[in-house]
Write a protein that binds this ligand. Structure first.
Ligand SMILES: Cc1cc2nc3c(=O)[nH]c(=O)nc-3n(C[C@H](O)[C@H](O)[C@H](O)COP(=O)(O)OP(=O)(O)OC[C@H]3O[C@@H](n4cnc5c(N)ncnc54)[C@H](O)[C@@H]3O)c2cc1C
Length: 411
């Protein structure tokens, strides 16, 4: 270790909290600044709950642009695109399209797999050391394919047969009987028995609680800003007043882009809006394993006695308002796939708690973890659709960079 540092982390989502946890364990003096009254209130609040360690292939892949065109004109489409007169949206989309080829996808998937698996091993240590439970389980993850050609392609690309296997439709429904009604509609599935689930907000709370017990940690609720200082250093402002620190880690999710702008850093982040529904269905309808309905891009996770369903990638919707049309479409997809799971609300709309969040996404799907041209500023941003899964691995990488063992940024 390069020595004890005074480190300020901006952002109390899952990325900032895991970073704080890793750095506090190293003995650094860590301050976490969070603008909300509690941690984990934005993208980390009610996400899909999948710790999808072995299924990290980025959205940017060969053929995705063609598939997306099909989706855009489909009812209940998992993807919607609203083009805006916003140069950052166009730049992001262009960079995304440039990453949509097999070679780039493979390279980036390997980076993500590495990050994910290192995090899985470390999380095991945290749990063994007594981190409070966050409805964590290791039931495995089943990706169901309705389209035979897509299933064959996925089965062919299994890289580690010890850890992933292709299943027939009946094997899929044997592993997850809650989806038995789909048997005639699925071509097959890929099962990763070591993947996990958990409640991301409860994980954030567990980290906050564990950190509160550490003498070298403090949590401040306030609004942080960054300005360029002297000699290649940036300065932190807390509620408009200078805040002294040795190192700064920017981990403010989608807000990071705005925070970095005054420093002349244009982060390639875009908020991909998604929705979730949380509900308590009758027993038998909460899947035991975590399931992804690939063709509809809907994920299902059983969290305690609740079912969490998450989906939708709305490109161009830069707020977290609940759009009744998109929620209706998500409910229709779930009702068709897992009838009865959402129950019946007073107007037949489902007896569930809806939520929306913005995935802080880079075009390639690879987060940006590393140094900047400011000597005292580090980035830990852009975990996108996999922030819960990649959080602990990202924190490990950040810790190495702080220690000076690894000065290479990944992006
Ligand atoms: C619908 C949906 C489903 C998902 N499902 C999964 C899943 O199943 N598995 C998975 O791995 N990932 C999933 N994700 C992705 C994951 O939720 C995100 O990648 C992750 O939560 C991002 O964490 P973060 O800490 O970067 O951002 P956030 O959780 O948004 O945290 C950023 C924090 O910074 C704070 N902040 C911002 N600006 C300031 C400021 N100026 N001063 C102080 N504080 C500030 C905010 O208040 C916020 O608390 C999903 C996301 C969505 C939207």
């Amino acid at each position: 270790m390069a020595g004890k540092r005074t480190i300020t982390i901006i952002g109390g989502g899952v990325i900032g909290l895991t970073a704080a946890y890793a750095l506090v364990r190293e003995g650094h003096d860590v301050t976490l600044i969070e603008r909300r009254e509690d941690v984990g209130q934005e993208a980390s609040f009610a996400n899909g709950g999948q710790l999808s360690y072995r299924y990290v292939s980025p959205l940017a892949d060969a053929g995705i642009a063609r598939d997306a065109l099909g989706w855009l004109f489909r009812p209940n489409s998992p993807i919607s695109l609203r083009l805006k007169a916003d140069p950052s949206q166009w730049r992001w989309l262009l960079a995304f399209l440039c990453a949509c080829n097999r070679q780039t996808n493979r390279r980036n998937a390997a980076v993500l797999l590495d990050l994910a698996l290192s995090g899985q091993a470390e999380l095991q240590t945290y749990r063994e050391e007594g981190l409070r439970d966050f409805l964590w389980r290791r039931p495995g993850k089943l990706v169901l394919y309705r389209n035979a050609a897509t299933f064959r392609k996925a089965a062919k690309s299994i890289s580690d047969p010890e850890r992933q296997r292709a299943l027939s439709p009946s094997e899929c429904t044997d592993i997850e009987p809650a989806f038995a009604g789909l048997r005639g509609q699925i071509a097959g599935g890929i099962f990763s028995p070591e993947d996990e689930v958990g409640d991301c907000f409860l994980f954030c709370e567990a980290l906050r609680e564990a950190l509160a017990a550490a003498p070298n940690f403090r949590l401040i609720h306030g609004n942080a800003a960054l300005t360029a200082g002297s000699k290649n250093r940036c300065a932190v402002l807390l509620d408009g007043k200078p805040f002294e620190t040795d190192l700064v880690v920017l981990a403010a999710g989608i807000a990071s882009r705005k925070l970095a702008r005054p420093l002349g850093i244009d982060l390639p982040l875009y908020g991909l809006k998604g929705y979730s529904l949380s509900t308590r269905p009758r027993p038998g309808l909460v899947p035991s394993v975590s399931v992804t309905d690939y063709d509809n891009r809907v994920v299902y996770a059983g969290l305690g006695d609740r079912l969490r369903v998450a989906a939708m990638v709305d490109i161009g919707a830069q707020d977290t308002r609940l759009n009744p049309k998109r929620l209706g479409e998500l409910r229709a997809l779930v009702n068709e796939t897992l009838p009865g799971a959402l129950g019946q609300g007073p107007e037949g709309q489902g007896d569930d708690t809806p939520w929306a969040g913005l995935r802080p996404a880079t075009p390639t799907g690879v987060p940006i973890i590393g140094r900047t041209r400011y000597d005292n500023l580090l980035l830990n941003v852009g975990q996108g659709a996999l922030g819960f899964t990649l959080s602990v691995g990202s924190a490990l990488r950040l810790k190495e960079i702080v220690a000076g063992c690894n000065s290479r940024a990944i992006s």
